[in-house]
Design a protein around this ligand. Structure first.
Ligand code: ADP
Length: 433
C-alpha cells in the first residue's frame, strides 16, 4: 500500500468527518483507531486516517502518539500528512494543536505548516485569522460553554501563538483569492521571517481548493475537513483518479433486524435540539448524572431499561444537559473529572447495549465517541455514505462484532432530525439521503 495522503486526527469523530470528506472526493479511505497494530489487515487504500484521542490529554502524550502515527503513515509512503483538528479549533492555551504541529514540523525537517480549520458546509469560516461559527465569532458562539475546551478567543493567530514554540503568521483572504502560487509564495515569505505555521483565511470552497493545492507542496498541514477537501481534490487531479468508482460498503447480514440505540454525551446546542426531536419518536432515558458518578447502580438501571425496550425499536439514552446544569455538575465533581467519568459510564453502557443485541449504535459527542470506540475495542472502520456533513455511516472491520454499524457525531454536527436520519441510514446506507 502506498498512501497518497496520511492523516492524523485528534479525535475519533473528527477522523470520521475527514475520512468521509476524502471518500466523497474520490479517495479510498479507511479510518484506524489508533496506530494500527501489527497483523491488522487493511484493504488497498489511498488515504488512511489514524484516529487518536489526543485533543484533551497532556500535550507531551499527544505529541508522542501523533509522532507514532506519523512514522506509520510515512512508512507507507505518505508524502503529505494533514493533522485533523476540530473546525472550532478546540484546544486550550497548553495545546494540543501547537505542540503537535511543532513536533510534526520538526520531524519533517522544518518549513512552515499551513493551518486552516474552515469547514464551509457547517458554517466555519476564517477571515483575517478570526474563526466564525455560522457568522458569529468563535468566542461568542456556543463553543464558549464547551465542558472541556471553552473557546474565549476567536483570533487563531493569537490562540495558536500561545500554544506553539514558533511564531504564527497569517495568509489573508486577499492572497488566498490569488490562488495556489500566491499562497505558496506568501507561506515561503512567512517561513523566511521565522514563522513555523500560518493561519490561512477561507470563506468559500474555492479558497479551500487553492489552499489544498498550495499545502500539498509541503510535508505537513493542519485543519478540519475543509482542508481535507482541498487536499483530496488536488490529489485526485494530480493522480488523475476522477471517475473511479467509490469503494462499496461491505454488506451486513441481518442489518435490518438488529437492535438500534443512541447514546448522547454531548451537551452542545445542536445535540440538545436533536434529543428534543428524537424523544418524541422513541423511548428516552435521561440519566441522573450525579447518580451516574456515585456508583454503578444508575448505569445498571439504564441497561435494564434499554433491554426491556430494544425488541420494540430504537432507544435513546442521554447524559446531555444545558450549560447551567453542566456547570453545576462540574462545580460539585470537578470539570474534566466529571466529563471523563460520564464518558466512561456511557462507554460501559455501549458495551452492555452491544451484548444486548444492538448492532446499530449512534453516539453523540466527540470525547464520548472516543470513549465508546475504545471500550468496544474497535480497530478500523470502513467509511460509508454521509448521513450529514461530516458524519458518515461507519462499519467495523473485524472485532468486536462483524457488521457492527456506527454513526459517531461530533456534538455540533447534524440537523435537528439527525438521530432519525442516522437510524434510517444505518439500516440502509445506500438509501437516498
Ligand atoms: P462535543 O462533541 O459536543 O464536544 P464531547 O463528548 O466531546 O461532546 O464532550 C462533552 C463532554 O461533556 C464529555 O466529557 C461528557 O462526558 C461531558 N458531559 C456529558 N454530560 C454531562 C453533564 N450532564 N454534565 C457535565 N458534563 C457532561
Amino acid at each position: 500500500m502506498t498512501l497518497l495522503l496520511g492523516c492524523i486526527a485528534d479525535d475519533y469523530t473528527g477522523a470520521s468527518d475527514l475520512a468521509s470528506m476524502l471518500s466523497s472526493c474520490g479517495l479510498r479511505t479507511v479510518q484506524t483507531i489508533g496506530v494500527p497494530q501489527l497483523g491488522l489487515e487493511l484493504p488497498e487504500m489511498d488515504a488512511v486516517v489514524v484516529a487518536l484521542k489526543s485533543r484533551s490529554i497532556a500535550a507531551p502524550r499527544a505529541v508522542e502518539l501523533s509522532l507514532e502515527a506519523e512514522r506509520w503513515l510515512r512508512g507507507r509512503g505518505a508524502g503529505h500528512i494533514v493533522f485533523k483538528i476540530c473546525s472550532t479549533f478546540d484546544s486550550t492555551d497548553a495545546g494540543n494543536i501547537g505542540p503537535v504541529l511543532d513536533a510534526l514540523r520538526e520531524q519533517a525537517g522544518g518549513g512552515i505548516v499551513a493551518v486552516n480549520p474552515a469547514f464551509i458546509e457547517t458554517g466555519r469560516t476564517v477571515y483575517q485569522g478570526h474563526l466564525f461559527v455560522n457568522g458569529v465569532p468563535l468566542h461568542e458562539s456556543p463553543l464558549k460553554d464547551h465542558p472541556l475546551n471553552p473557546m474565549h478567543d476567536s483570533n487563531l493567530v493569537r490562540v495558536l501563538g500561545r500554544q506553539s514554540a514558533s511564531p504564527v503568521g497569517l495568509v489573508p483572504l486577499a492572497v488566498i483569492e490569488q490562488g495556489p502560487d500566491a499562497i505558496r509564495a506568501a507561506l515561503q515569505a512567512l517561513a523566511s521571517d521565522g514563522d513555523g505555521s500560518a493561519i490561512l483565511d477561507a470563506v468559500a470552497p474555492r479558497h479551500l481548493l487553492a489552499i489544498g493545492e498550495a499545502a500539498l507542496a509541503g510535508p505537513v498541514s493542519a485543519g478540519a475537513s475543509g482542508i481535507g477537501y482541498g487536499l483530496a481534490r488536488a490529489i485526485v487531479a494530480r493522480e488523475k483518479l476522477s471517475g473511479r468508482p467509490a469503494a462499496a460498503m461491505a454488506s451486513s447480514d441481518g442489518a435490518r433486524d438488529t437492535h438500534a440505540a443512541i447514546l448522547a454525551g454531548s451537551c452542545s446546542a445542536a445535540t440538545l435540539r436533536q434529543i428534543d426531536v428524537a424523544e418524541r419518536r422513541m423511548p428516552c432515558l435521561k440519566l441522573d448524572v450525579d447518580a451516574l458518578l456515585d456508583g454503578p447502580a444508575e448505569a445498571a438501571h439504564a441497561l435494564d431499561w434499554a433491554r426491556q425496550r430494544l425488541e420494540r425499536g430504537p432507544v435513546l439514552i442521554v447524559s446531555s444537559t444545558p450549560p447551567e446544569a453542566v456547570r453545576a455538575l462540574q462545580a460539585r465533581h470537578g470539570g474534566a473529572e466529571a466529563g471523563h467519568a460520564v464518558e466512561q459510564a456511557l462507554a460501559g453502557l455501549a458495551e452492555g447495549l452491544l451484548a444486548a443485541g444492538v448492532g446499530h449504535l449512534i453516539v453523540a459527542g466527540g470525547e464520548t465517541s472516543g470513549a465508546v470506540v475504545d471500550r468496544l475495542g474497535l480497530q478500523a472502520l470502513l467509511i460509508g455514505p454521509e448521513i450529514a456533513p461530516g458524519v458518515p455511516v461507519l462499519q467495523a472491520v473485524g472485532a468486536p462484532k462483524p457488521g457492527l454499524r456506527l454513526a459517531l457525531k461530533s456534538g455540533n454536527f447534524g440537523g435537528d432530525d439527525f438521530f432519525l436520519e442516522a437510524l434510517a441510514r444505518l439500516r440502509d446506507p445506500d438509501a437516498a439521503g
